[in-house]
Design a protein around this ligand. Structure first.
Ligand code: HEM
Length: 494
């Protein structure tokens, strides 16, 4: 009797799942036949990066439909192909696509209660409050702190270069320690000095936070496909080790700043200004503060350092562009009496173009995610995005579409002259997302990249060597675009 019931339940479940995989077919939306049980994502994290899964579907359907259907396991996903629809989702009709629908469980896994994952009023209020922390006024205050880390970075690279065989250095590791030191001091208020000490807990744990999973591949995919159910089941994402480490640092910093009254004008100061006085005033609890500092670390350190790595990789290949950028740096610094101020940084127009083109060619975050909160109608009734559908915007594919960026594999900063920018349709270039839920750390990210590059290019020349790869391959297990073998370049002192 029991075995019969079990067999019947399995058969019913399989029929139901098969029915779920018929969703796009019943709706008449173009799609590829889904694989059982992982849908379109069976090769993700095993042999392919996320963008490599989206690319063939984007190419196949982009000229015939505003979006294509996909499945994340059994969850229907709308892959948006038309930039006008992207604009409606991110900006015009943002109110219906406010959430990402990603996992968060503040009760059991406090570090997941951060801005990236929060929803509804909680997200809106927090976003409003935290925006002040990233204003240009605040950036100006933090600029000298970042410059100080860059000076140390220059010294460490000089020492490393002197002892490297043929001056060949793998640069991504060093760069990630540079940005970890910056976030450490600005968001957590601690001097972790990972530039000198590669095994500093802060950076080792930061990397673990980006890679280590509490569960295996299948449970992870389940949490991504059914985040609300995972929360109801009280599942957790952060490992205990990472949780204890960052909660510990934040508690200590808060205790120290409250006891001594020390003010540093950094991100932690802004978080402390928002801290609750009595638990009922709508302010942030210690757990909520820790979650925000944590997301500044995981969203802010490897994104910025890897971007710097890609800039140097392209500049090593294109010496004329490197020389032009170095000339700009020298001229601007001279104009500002050799004071590397916030204003001097903003005068570096070509730097901005080089950075923009790097983020086009290598968008660290290769896709954006939203969730529909109504049945969202488009001009063709077949293409209604039903409530609860996961929406994916293929940033990598849009930024490599020859229709918007001719000869897309070529590195060409001239694509970001004012005239060229104006000539392109909106929402085809999205390295920081767009609309009210874009990257809150955009200014901060650009600032640390710009300061780091200014110091590096003023004092060193970068070129390709035998160990430099012609084409970079990317790590499949990471959500951000990271080169498998790092980036090896020849570094010479100027
Ligand atoms: C080159 C550096 C960076 C890149 C390319 C980048 C890219 C992105 C992208 C694409 C998003 C999603 C936007 C969307 O869905 O529309 C995002 C969100 C976010 N980023 Fe960044 N980011 C960078 C640096 C930073 C830094 C330095 C911080 C913090 C210190 C930061 C904090 C965040 C946060 C908190 C969110 C979630 C915002 C929200 O949901 O309201 N990012 N970032």
């Amino acid at each position: 009797m029991f075995l019969n019931l079990l067999a019947l339940s399995i058969v019913l479940l399989l029929v139901f799942l098969k029915y779920r995989h018929g969703y796009w077919k019943r709706r008449g939306v173009p799609h590829e036949a889904p694989h059982f049980p992982l849908g379109d994502f069976k090769e993700w994290r095993a042999t392919k990066c996320f963008f490599e899964i989206l690319a063939p579907i984007y190419k196949k359907f982009k000229d015939s439909a505003p979006f294509a259907g996909m499945f994340m396991a059994f969850r229907p996903v709308a892959l948006i192909l038309d930039p006008d629809l992207v604009k409606s989702i991110l900006i015009k009709d943002f109110n219906h696509f406010r959430e990402r629908g990603v996992f968060s469980n503040v009760r059991d896994d406090p570090l997941t209660g951060h801005l990236f994952a929060l929803e509804g009023t909680k997200w809106r209020e927090l976003r409003q409050k935290l925006s002040a922390a990233f204003s240009s006024g605040k950036m100006k205050h933090m600029h000298p702190v970042v410059v100080k880390v860059a000076e140390e970075f220059k010294k460490v690279l000089e020492e490393k270069q002197a002892s490297a065989v043929g001056g060949v250095i793998e640069i991504t590791d060093l760069l990630s320690r540079f940005t970890a030191d910056i976030i450490g001091v600005c968001a957590f208020g601690i001097e972790c000095n990972s530039l000198r000490n590669p095994q500093a807990d802060f950076v080792v744990m930061g990397r673990k936070a980006n890679i280590d999973r509490r569960h295996g591949f299948l449970l992870d995919t389940f949490m991504e496909a059914a985040p609300k159910l995972a929360r109801t089941l009280r599942m957790r994402q952060t490992t205990q080790e990472v949780n204890d480490f960052y909660m510990g640092i934040v508690r200590e910093t808060i205790e120290y700043r409250e006891r001594t009254g020390v003010k540093r004008n950094d991100l932690m100061d802004t978080l402390l200004e928002l801290k609750t006085k009595d638990g009922n005033d709508g302010g942030l609890t210690v757990n909520e503060i820790a979650a925000q500092a944590f997301v500044f670390l995981i969203a802010g350190f490897e994104t910025s350092s890897t971007t710097m790595g890609y800039v140097l990789y392209e500049l090593a290949k294109w010496q004329d562009i490197q020389n032009r950028l170095r000339a700009e740096i020298n001229v601007v610094l001279e104009r500002h009496k050799n004071q590397f101020t916030y204003e001097a940084m903003q005068d570096m127009r070509y730097m901005e173009q080089v950075l923009s083109e790097t983020l086009r060619r290598y968008p660290i975050v290769g896709h954006l995610v939203r969730e529909a909160d109504i049945d969202y109608k488009t001009a063709d009734p077949r293409f209604t995005i039903e409530k609860g559908t996961m929406v994916i915007i293929p940033v990598y594919e849009l930024q490599h579409d020859p229709h918007y960026f001719p000869n897309p594999e070529k590195f060409d900063p001239e694509r970001f002259s004012e005239a060229e920018i104006k000539s392109r349709p909106a929402c085809t270039y999205l390295p920081f997302g767009d609309g009210p839920r874009n990257c809150i750390g955009l200014r901060f990210g650009k600032m640390q990249v710009c300061i780091g590059l200014t110091y590096l290019l003023k004092h060193f020349k970068f070129s390709v060597c035998e160990e430099t790869e012609d084409h970079l391959n990317f790590q499949v297990e990471k959500i951000i675009l990271q080169p498998i073998n790092g980036i090896k370049l020849r570094v010479e002192r100027l």
